[in-house]
Design a protein around this ligand. Structure first.
Ligand SMILES: [Zn+2]
Length: 622
């Protein structure tokens, strides 16, 4: 390397280092004017999945203003992210008191209750949020979910429907579908469960805190319908005669030092005052008057309670009221409140559960089965299992669907040779191939020959047009696995996935549910045989394989293969890069000239169709 090029490299390196140093400076530092808001940075960090940084910034926000609800809620969200639900709930209860006129603290609280599995508490909190912000789609769809979990499908469906109308397309339609399914509206459930695009397995990047199993709502034993409680009203004044707080009034806003005045229609020995259950004062006067310095308390709602006791210390009367403390300048800063409301909504939505994406497939398959749509049920079950084979409920759902449709075979079906007769089945493995397949289709068309194409699912998904072209030219297709790997060296679950996914991809490309199967490389095992049987596949072997003639001159290959193909032979050629293109025309011409009947496997075997025909009732087997 010359001196100049080394200098050039060094300069480049320095430039790269400088660029990195700049990139490391957080974007907020470059914002002009005011100093960055630590609560904003905290929310951003949380959504980026960095809860440690979020905790630092929310704490910093609290050290500037100990009564800022968004910072309190932010720390609660950090707890939630770490799976610490209890401290999160108590912090969020505090946040609801700090910002009593906002919808988002209650929505955050509702989300925390959902995470804890407290459906009724969640219902109450979300309802409170919705009274302040009725069009909040994300909160309403979670309310619907909480209702569904309580065994209340009708109000769940109502709320989910409203949430969907308000724009929640990711959660609400599926909750509504589940609710309809529970209510026996199977057609309605299918329509909804299929109306929205499925969550793709890559949706894991969505900034959601936790996933809730929607399907569990369907599996829960039918609970006795719980009469859901209306949202609690903040006023709890008693109509019984007794001790009363005459000032301040219930719901009043107070500041500074407040003279709390009590009166009583009954005789009592002494009275006590509490703020949020903390003792404030005791008195033996008939009309007590106590001073409460609200500046020592956080801004927001507080509960003021007066108890009266008799001589023996027995409580004879109690009253509760709610007052809102407003001392800080911040509470007058409308812009700050609006900014915090925006942050709070983002925070609340981040805390809310999202659907486990596989649940959508489970829901679809179940709804379709209930509605008697076998093809749709199978597609949903296969797609779910192909994406998440390790999710046991998806495998169970696929097995149920296969059983319902009667897809599995009682015993293995293996085709090694055709029945006696002057015929040869022509098969091509390893397609579709972008260059070779169209050429092969022309070669076959010129000779009026149809054949069986054992296709690789992965390639079928890449070239669905070629799959359709093969079928359109009158050929039949079968599965040659999903990835063309050695199935005999795979776990049983992986073999299942290979066969299921290839059937799915071929169906998605061609609309046909394949039933013929050829193991890649001929690698076969007890597991492969079992899986193929359970999935209703007939395994097709061969009597002459071009792969056995690798590296041999074409004329000798043709001679060898003609010799292999005695009566009832099954010819194996490829769509891949081997000698097939050099010999296929000569071979087919000679077979035809010798009077062989050439065709696809199922036709020569006398099978009506190489595909599963799924009707509403199940599969009609040829
Ligand atoms: Zn192959």
């Amino acid at each position: 390397m010359s001196f100049d090029s080394r200098r050039l490299l060094l300069a480049l390196l320095l430039t790269v280092l400088a660029t990195h140093a700049l990139a490391a400076v957080p974007a907020h530092d470059s914002s002009p004017a005011s100093s960055p808001d630590p609560a904003l940075i905290g929310v951003r960090a949380l959504m980026a999945g960095d809860s440690a940084t979020a905790r630092t910034y929310f704490s910093a926000a609290l050290s500037r203003d100990a009564y800022r609800a968004i910072a309190v809620a932010g720390l609660a969200a950090v707890h939630l992210a770490n799976g610490e639900v209890e401290p999160a709930v108590s912090s969020l209860l505090a946040a609801t008191r700090l910002a009593p006129d906002q919808a988002w603290p209650d929505a955050c609280l509702g989300a925390a209750y959902l995470q804890r599995g407290d459906w009724r508490e969640a219902t109450d909190a979300l309802r409170k949020a919705l009274t302040r912000r009725p069009a909040w789609a994300a909160a309403r769809s979670r309310l619907a979910f909480a209702l569904l979990r309580q065994g209340l499908p009708a109000p769940a469906a109502d709320n989910a429907h409203t949430a969907a109308n308000f724009g929640d397309a990711a959660f609400a339609p599926f909750v509504e579908a589940a609710a309809l399914l529970q209510m026996g509206d199977n057609a309605g459930a299918v329509k909804l469960a299929c109306a929205t695009m499925p969550c793709s397995p890559t949706d894991g990047s969505a900034p959601t805190l936790f996933r809730t199993p929607l399907i569990a709502a369907l599996e829960a034993p039918a609970q006795r319908p719980v009469v859901s409680t209306p949202p609690p009203t903040p006023t709890t004044s008693s109509s019984q005669p007794g001790l009363r707080i005459t000032f301040p009034r219930d719901g009043a806003t107070v500041e500074g030092a407040v003279e709390i005045r009590l009166t009583s229609e009954v005789t009592f020995a002494y009275s006590a005052l509490y703020v949020d259950d903390q003792f404030l004062a005791v008195s033996n006067l008939a009309h007590p008057q106590e001073s409460w310095d609200t500046t020592h308390w956080s801004d927001g709602a507080h509960r003021l309670r007066a108890d009266a006791y008799d001589d023996s210390g027995r409580e004879i009367s109690r009253q509760d009221i709610t007052v809102v403390v407003r001392n800080r300048d911040r509470t007058g800063d409308a812009a700050q409140t609006a900014r915090d409301a925006g942050l709070g909504r983002a925070l609340a939505e981040w805390c809310m559960p999202s659907l486990a994406p596989w649940d959508v497939y489970l829901l679809r398959s179940r709804a379709a089965r209930a509605a008697g749509d076998g093809a749709l049920a199978l597609e949903a079950a296969e797609a779910g299992f192909a994406y998440w084979p390790w999710q046991a409920p998806l495998r169970a759902e696929l097995q149920r669907t296969n059983a319902d449709l009667g897809i599995g075979l009682d015993r293995p079906a293996e085709i090694h040779v055709l029945p006696p007769g002057r015929m040869v089945a022509v098969t091509f493995d390893d397609g579709p191939h972008p260059r070779l397949t169209p050429w092969l289709l022309d070669v076959l068309a010129r000779r009026g020959i149809t054949a069986t194409f054992f296709l690789v699912g992965k390639q079928a998904a890449e070239y669905p047009d070629l799959v359709r072209a093969i079928v359109a030219r009158g050929h039949e297709i079968g599965s040659h696995s999903q990835t063309h790997n050695d199935l005999s060296r795979m776990s049983r679950l992986d073999v299942e996935r290979e066969l299921v996914e290839s059937r799915l991809r071929l169906a998605q490309a061609s609309g046909r549910q394949v039933m013929l199967f050829r193991p890649p490389g001929g690698n076969y095992s007890d597991d492969v045989r079992d899986v193929a049987t359970n999935l209703g596949f007939r395994t097709v072997f061969w009597t002459s394989d071009i792969a056995a003639y690798a590296g041999i001159p074409p004329d000798r290959i043709v001679r060898g293969m003609l010799h292999d193909l005695k009566n009832g032979g099954i010819l194996l050629l490829h769509n891949g890069e081997d000698e097939t293109p050099q010999v296929v025309e000569d071979l087919l011409d000679r077979l035809q000239a010798t009077g062989y009947r050439l065709g696809p496997v199922s036709k020569l075997l006398g099978i009506d169709s190489p595909y599963l025909t799924l009707t509403g009732a199940g599969v009609s087997r040829p």
